[in-house]
Design a protein around this ligand. Sequence first.
Ligand code: HEC
Length: 418
Amino acid sequence: MIARLKGSRHNRYVSRIVFCVLVVAGALLATRHGQAHKAVTSKYTYNDDVFPILRDRCSRCHVQGGVAPMSLMTYDEAFPWGESIRAELIAAHMPPWNADGGFGELKHAHALSPNELDVILTWVTGGNPRGSLDQKLPAVTLVNDWTMGKPDLALPLPSEYAMPADSMEETKEFTIATGTTEARWVRAVDLLPGTPAIVRSAVIFVKTAGASTAGGPAPEQVLARWVPGLDAEPLEGGAAYRLPAGAELGVRIHYRKTWSYESKPMADRSTVGVYFAQASAAQEVYALPLTSPALPAADATNKSITFTQAIDSDLQAIALSPEQVPANITLQVQAVLPNGTRAPMIRLNTRADWARRYWFEHPMALPRGSKIEVTANLVDPDLMSAAFGSPAAPKATGPSTLRLALDVLPAGAKPVAP
Ligand code: HEC
């Protein structure tokens, strides 16, 4: 094309443009490739190999408007994060999941496969090649919708919550009236964040008005533990949560801004979705608390604790949630059956913010006389003194006991009306 242009003025003009374009392109390449001298050794490119993995595994959060601090959905957005991605993947921090794949069987494990891990690590350490420049990748946008379809009851928070510009994180509790006139069985409860960028986690529970039970106030019955990127999990096999007539729901939301929203005022009005069970008779799912004795002091030499909880009727366990646990410890839970067999349930490396309800792949039978055995390793002494409070930092007090909740239902009993 250049060759076809006639006249020397034209040619000089064109070659100057070509020169400028080359200089700009060169400068762009040099800044793009921060380590311009790093040789490209990766056989994997962003376009062909890395993008599909990031889209499948990271895009529910790392997308414009998502809860993560940055999008990874274009080459330009992902490129600067290479080293950070490497560090997060090697520490098994991303995608957030925290359960050990080699212990117990859990539904929807979020860990990357060895092959996915290999592709991304090879790419970030091998010069981050882009692939063909004229290859167009599909645009990835934030999806913020009910994962189980429209709920039977959509209950918005009573009012909008305004998060001040100078605040980075807050936990707020809201009360929502369900307006139901009879007791109902519920198969799932979900949350649709109003502003996905700041809603970090939510616990939705049935509020028990003190006078309702004879034997003192019942513990909160948790209906859902929501974290970003998690599909709602409908109960199966005739199990359901009980929602008393006219119940009120408590919604405890942890709001947190990432650095990209620092010092900006934000607002949220999330909506709770309730899905009723079809059948009129079901078995009630309830939480069995697993509570430790007092944790060892920060300066104790033995930093591990084991405690057990006896099971005194035939049960099935379907899920387990860390309720009150310090961050950065290791927890292992297993069932010891009456015949002495040990059945692994879960091993967790706890992290702040990412506590969820972990569902067992199959309901676990816990015959009467079984025991649940929990071992906690309060590994890092520095983290431990920060988490539990020490003379040097009297304000940073953490929990003095551990509490987990095991979701169970009676085994072999007949379904009943709510
Ligand atoms: C469920 C939501 C979610 C998913 C899925 C997720 N992330 Fe994240 N990511 C976050 C959030 C939120 C943060 C901010 C730090 C925090 O709070 O843990 C973060 C932080 C990071 C950081 C560190 C950013 C910084 O500021 O230093 C990297 C790197 C990262 N994620 C990479 C990934 C990759 C790669 C994937 C997919 C393989 C992924 N993440 C999947 C939510 C997610």
